[in-house]
Design a protein around this ligand. Structure first.
Ligand code: ATR
Length: 288
């Protein structure tokens, strides 16, 4: 028998996960709540076998990241309906007969956007543009539809947008068609491609700046750097911005609450993330 004798164990599995910010955020949350818990970043290569090992060692909860959010679904004893519909699981909890899976990425999107509107205002009926049709965009589209928005997907490969359009009942268009639209064609624009990320088109944005104007909200899911070209363009044209790390924060808040059945210390987690990102950006700058 193996059982953690002093700390309850949680962690993130993926490959690679060396740059994950989740340990900083989660361990800070455990600390301020006075919990004897530890959160580790773990690279796994043999998913099925490694999940069994982690269960045996006594891990109670796991975050799942790239490239396993879809593959992991094959090895679970239960999956909630929202995760099944999205087609991806990012959170596991140990239950009697195996690992149960849910998706908190879409909850992260909902919370980030709720925070972006003045209280009393609603997203129902707003026009949303989702740029990108990869794995990450599925949770985003699911969240926007749940919130009652009218969603259009624009993607480099039209076929991929059309597949998601059919699955989630949204319009689909090629990315280059965005040039034909003017400011305020959409109330919300969510950027879900990796473009703008450090090391991947850092000085580019897939969205024409002409779509932004005061009253529009722009959300990026890239969070390194915080100010992507997409968000800078939006800000310059008077749009409001939602930083990519908000989604990371709120998907983590939902994980914490599912695992531990208690309120997550959101402000402490936000603080930990912001400080880690600031440090990371300073290091990047000194690299150049
Ligand atoms: P996944 O999220 O499935 O792992 P990804 O390679 O990260 O896939 O790409 C996610 C999304 O970003 C896709 O919609 C991809 O467009 P395609 O469907 O045409 O592959 C989009 N994407 C990636 N790089 C891009 C780029 N340089 N310009 C525009 N869109 C891009």
């Amino acid at each position: 028998m193996i059982r953690p004798a002093q700390e309850r164990l949680f962690g993130v599995i993926g490959y690679p996960v060396g740059h994950s910010l989740s340990p900083v955020m989660m361990n800070r949350a455990f600390e301020v709540c006075g919990l004897s818990c530890r959160y580790l970043a773990m690279e796994v290569t043999e998913l099925e076998k490694d999940l069994e090992v982690l269960a045996k060692v006594g891990f109670e909860g796991l975050s799942v990241t790239v490239p396993y959010k879809e593959d992991v679904m094959k090895f679970l004893s239960g999956i909630d309906v929202n995760a099944s519909f999205i087609g991806a699981v990012n959170t596991l909890k140990r239950s009697g007969d195996g690992w149960e899976g849910i998706n908190t990425d879409w909850i992260g999107v909902v919370k980030s956007l709720e925070e972006a509107l003045p209280s009393g205002t609603s997203w129902v009926g707003k026009r949303a543009l989702v740029v990108g049709a990869g794995g990450a965009s599925r949770a985003v589209i699911f969240a926007l539809k749940k919130m009652g928005m009218d969603v259009t997907i624009a993607n480099r490969t039209l076929k991929n947008a059309e597949i998601l359009g059919e699955r989630f009942s949204c319009r689909a268009m090629p990315l280059e068609a965005l040039r034909d639209f003017g400011a305020c064609s959409w109330d919300l624009i969510v950027q879900t491609t990796p473009v703008g990320m450090k090391g991947y088109g850092e000085n580019e944005s897939p969205v024409p700046p002409s779509l932004f104007a005061p009253g529009v909200i722009a959300m990026d899911i890239v969070y390194t750097p915080r100010w992507t070209v997409f968000l800078r363009d939006a800000h310059k044209r008077g749009a409001d911005v939602v930083f990519g790390y908000k989604m990371l924060l709120y998907q983590g808040v939902a994980q914490f609450e599912w695992w531990l059945n208690e309120r997550a210390p959101v402000e402490a987690m936000r603080d930990a993330l912001e400080r880690a990102l600031e440090t990371r950006e300073r290091v990047y700058k000194s690299d150049v």
